[in-house]
Design a protein around this ligand. Structure first.
Ligand code: FAS
Ligand code: PHB
Length: 392
């Protein structure tokens, strides 16, 4: 078959890119390794920047988000004995929204089905070819075991950290930066009403903890564990005890509500950037090009920013014959990727217990600076609430 844009991966990046291109009359085909139900059921990110909400709303897939998302003015930063609210709306005039990536994926999948845009789920042996030529194509085996080939004008890798697209860029043209952290997150989903109105980021001598949420009856919480932690070693009681200690230390008399844990998993922590994000007629977007530790709530938002830029660039090129935005895509996207990579690294290093007590004093001094100085709080709020998709 033939299309204008062959997209590998139907996570948030691939689904949103396909939708944005469709709105501009650009045809695409999605090729996804997992089943639609598997993609729909993933539990991952939860915090949307205001820019992300704007992109989804303008694209006509923000109706349920507007009705169901939890709009937050800011977050709480805390350490033993102190909990401080940082108000993004007062500081930078922007809020953030808690709306599970799972829900956003469902909205995008429903929009694709309604528009009838082709997608192949449960595809295997997915391979990009000819990305150095002007006739790239993707081959794969479909869910019925039949060999398929999609000829396209361009191929976009939205296949996440483990996908094949990044490896289609010849080594001599690619540079990779990677940092792994000496800790991981244990993430839990629990059927219990959140014990806070807005997110709590907690520094604690035992390790980092965070209280997020998914709805008025579902809480999403995280706690710092060892990088090689086995989730089987963490009973529900042990999880609630650690969260109660770490989150409860911030405010005298505050209590953490507990309830049935419905999902628990250990999430690795890494920073990863590959450049360039374009090679010939192959473009990379989202986790296929970069990974940030989730402390700064940037992973999903970066994927949205990449495909928002890329949809404009491919529309200008494939529909209007102007290639300059496509030529500039990698540099433009990476400007924002590195800013978010730094912010996520800073949040991760500031909140997680590692190093010695001297390091701990430096971390606490940094946190006190953010809550005591309007200039420092404004810089924090500007980064967390989300920078413009095109900035600088
Ligand atoms: P994704 O990884 O979501 O999607 C890639 C898609 O490509 C997948 O559907 C995959 O099945 C498919 N694919 C892979 N190989 C393929 C192949 N060979 N052929 C075809 N398809 C293939 N971010 C936050 O901000 N906060 C969080 O709390 C958070 N938690 C996370 C927890 C986990 C376990 C993970 C892995 C990530 C988490 N993230 C979090 C980051 C996450 O939200 C990503 O930033 C977001 O999913 C990026 O979307 P995509 O770029 O579409 O990549
Ligand atoms: C979430 O709600 O899943 C979430 C929120 C903020 C983060 C990471 C995850 O930094």
């Amino acid at each position: 078959m033939r299309t204008q844009v062959a997209i590998i991966g139907a996570g948030p990046a691939g689904l949103l890119l396909s939708h944005l291109l469709g709105l501009q009359g650009i045809g695409s085909v999605l090729v996804e390794r997992q089943s639609a139900d598997h993609v729909r059921s993933r539990i991952r990110a939860g915090m949307l920047e205001s820019g992300t909400v704007d992109v989804l709303t303008r694209a006509g897939v923000g109706e349920r988000l507007a009705a169901e998302a939890d709009h937050h003015r800011g977050v709480y930063l805390q350490w033993p004995g102190e909990r401080h609210h940082v108000d993004f709306v007062d500081l930078v005039g922007r809020s953030v929204s808690v709306y599970g990536q799972t829900e956003m994926t469902k909205d995008l999948m429903a929009a694709r089905e309604e528009a009838g845009r082709p997608a192949f789920y449960q595809a295997s042996e997915v391979t990009p070819h000819g990305v150095d030529t002007d006739r790239p194509h993707v081959t794969f085996t479909d869910s019925d075991g039949a060999s398929q080939r999609v000829d396209a004008d361009v191929v976009v890798g939205c296949d996440g950290f483990h996908g094949p697209s990044r490896r289609a860029v010849p080594g001599q043209h690619q540079r990779v930066w990677e940092r792994t952290y000496p800790f991981a997150w244990l993430g839990v989903l629990a059927d219990v009403a959140p014990s806070t109105d807005e997110l709590i980021y907690a520094w604690h001598p035992d390790g980092f903890a965070m209280h997020s949420m998914r709805s008025a009856t579902v809480s999403r919480l995280y706690l710092q564990v060892r990088p090689d932690e086995d989730v089987a070693d963490w009973s529900d009681d042990r999880i609630w005890a650690a969260l109660t200690t770490r989150l409860g230390a911030g405010r005298e008399g505050w209590e953490l509500g507990t309830g049935p844990i419905t999902d628990k998993s250990v999430l690795p922590m890494r920073s990863f950037v590959t450049t360039p994000m374009r090679h010939g007629r192959l473009f990379l977007a989202g986790d296929a090009a970069h990974i940030v530790p989730p402390t700064g709530a940037k992973g999903l938002n970066l994927a949205v920013a990449d495909v928002s830029l890329l949809a404009d660039a491919l529309t200008a090129w494939l529909r209007d014959g102007r290639e300059e935005l496509a030529d500039a895509y990698s540099d433009t996207a990476l400007r924002r990727v590195w800013r978010c990579t730094h912010f996520s690294w800073w949040m991760t290093n500031t909140f997680h217990r590692h190093g010695d007590d001297f390091d701990a004093q430096l971390q606490l001094s940094q946190l006190r600076r953010v809550v005591d100085s309007e200039a420092a709080a404004t810089e924090f709020a500007d980064n967390y609430a989300g920078l413009p998709i095109r900035f600088g």
